[in-house]
Write a protein that binds this ligand. Structure first.
Ligand code: FAD
Length: 370
């Protein structure tokens, strides 16, 4: 019997009380020590329960900078399930130790998929290479725009171990950040708290037990798990939109205008109402998944969620900026949030790429023909 969400919320709030919400590592430690990371997956499973995931992301959104919430989101939706999912192969040695440390919040692991040698939308051309030997594995290449890169203890790295341009040519490696040959460079000042940066691997020598799961299975496993990341993104963007709409509504009701407040203007109310409709559409897309089983939605559903989340947050953040005028540019205001929230249309799959892929699923999405 899954723990009721109310119990999960109480566990979560206790863990968050007093935690440093501007420091992703400290927050991860607090979530682990408070039992939140274990409670997220019901019945000792490896996939987060959708309702608990929604609660976690909503609470994080209310308290943390976007970059800090991003750091936690990638780990709960993608890193932890990929490392602990039995489907990727037997979990033993350093991988098993890392999983145990992760759920206790004692270690932070980055997900290094996007390659410097190819467009992020085209993983088959990735050039980060692993040479798999009987006694050692050697890793060379570069990964760009990796959340937690500057703050992690290790990275889960997608690497090519065979040359053919085929989804079976890739493996996962768990690479300690302290390994000789690993260098890290921050990506810039955006996304404060996310540790986003670029990782470089120059002749990094690893034990064979750094392999996670069976070589050849990595890309298929990632393609499946990314559905959970897309669901998480939709649930999180929904929380952002709701927070923006609530703040905007309060502000419009308080903002004096000639004949009352801005809220009294029909044109303003119509713009606000259009945002409400967009948010309710995103709510409706998420609703059936909230009560579904833990685990990835179908590929097409994941892509629909990804595009809808990106477009809804963009619509609502843009309107919040325009309606609030100069006030949107105060420190921590909607203008800054809108810039960072553009990542919903990029990270984990760019909107254009999702749309190209979605067209291939037209028959599934339209249902059977009359
Ligand atoms: C804040 C942030 C955090 C990130 N965190 C991580 C992380 O933790 N781990 C990780 O591995 N990566 C991470 N990324 C990288 C992210 O996943 C990639 O940026 C993303 O996959 C898009 O790749 P790209 O930037 O190379 O863009 P490209 O793939 O080069 O795409 C550029 C543009 O071309 C369009 N395009 C490209 N291909 C097609 C196509 N086939 N059809 C139609 N249009 C197309 C896209 O829509 C896009 O607009 C992060 C990125 C950001 C911004």
């Amino acid at each position: 019997m899954p723990e009721p969400t109310a119990d999960f919320t109480a566990t979560l709030r206790t863990a968050l009380a007093g935690a440093d919400t501007a420091d992703a590592r400290a927050l991860w430690r607090a979530l682990g020590a408070g039992g939140v990371l274990v409670a997220l997956c019901p019945d000792g499973g490896t996939q987060p329960d959708p309702r608990r995931l929604a609660t976690l992301l909503t609470e994080l959104d209310a308290r943390c900078p976007l970059g800090v919430a991003l750091s936690i989101c990638v780990q709960v939706a993608t890193v932890l399930p990929l490392l602990s999912e039995p489907a990727t192969g037997p979990v033993a040695g350093p991988v098993a130790e890392t999983v145990a440390d992760l759920v206790r919040g004692e270690t932070t692991v980055a997900l290094a998929v996007t390659d410097a040698g190819a467009s992020g939308s085209d993983l088959l051309d990735a050039t980060t290479r692993a040479k798999l030997g009987d006694d050692a594995v050697t890793l060379d290449g570069r990964k760009e725009w990796i959340t937690n890169a500057t703050t992690c203890d290790a990275a889960l790295v997608l690497a090519r171990h065979r040359e053919p341009r085929h989804f079976t040519s890739f493996c996962w490696l768990l690479v300690p950040r302290s390994a000789p040959g690993v260098t890290v460079e921050p990506a810039g000042r955006a996304f404060a708290g996310s540790g986003v940066g670029h990782l470089r691997f120059d002749g990094v020598a690893l034990e064979p037990n750094a392999l996670v799961g069976r070589p050849g299975r990595a890309l298929a496993g990632f393609a499946r798990q990314v559905g959970v990341e897309r669901l998480a993104g939709a649930l999180w963007s929904r929380a952002i939109c709701r927070r923006l709409m609530t703040g905007l509504g309060d502000w419009l009701r308080a903002r004096p205008a000639a004949d009352g407040t801005l809220w009294d203007h029909p044109a303003v109310r119509e713009r606000y109402a259009r945002c409400l409709v967009a948010l309710r559409q995103l709510d409706a897309l998420c609703a059936p998944l909230l009560d579904g089983p833990p685990g990835p939605p179908s590929t097409a559903t994941g892509m629909v969620l990804k595009v809808a989340a990106a477009e809804t947050v963009e619509t609502i953040a843009a309107e919040a900026v325009h309606l609030r005028g100069a006030d949107a540019f105060r420190d921590g205001g909607e203008a800054a949030l809108r810039t960072e929230a553009a990542m919903f249309g990029i990270a984990g799959g760019a909107t254009g790429t999702m749309l190209a892929g979605l067209a291939d699923h037209a028959d599934d999405l339209l249902g059977s023909r009359p």
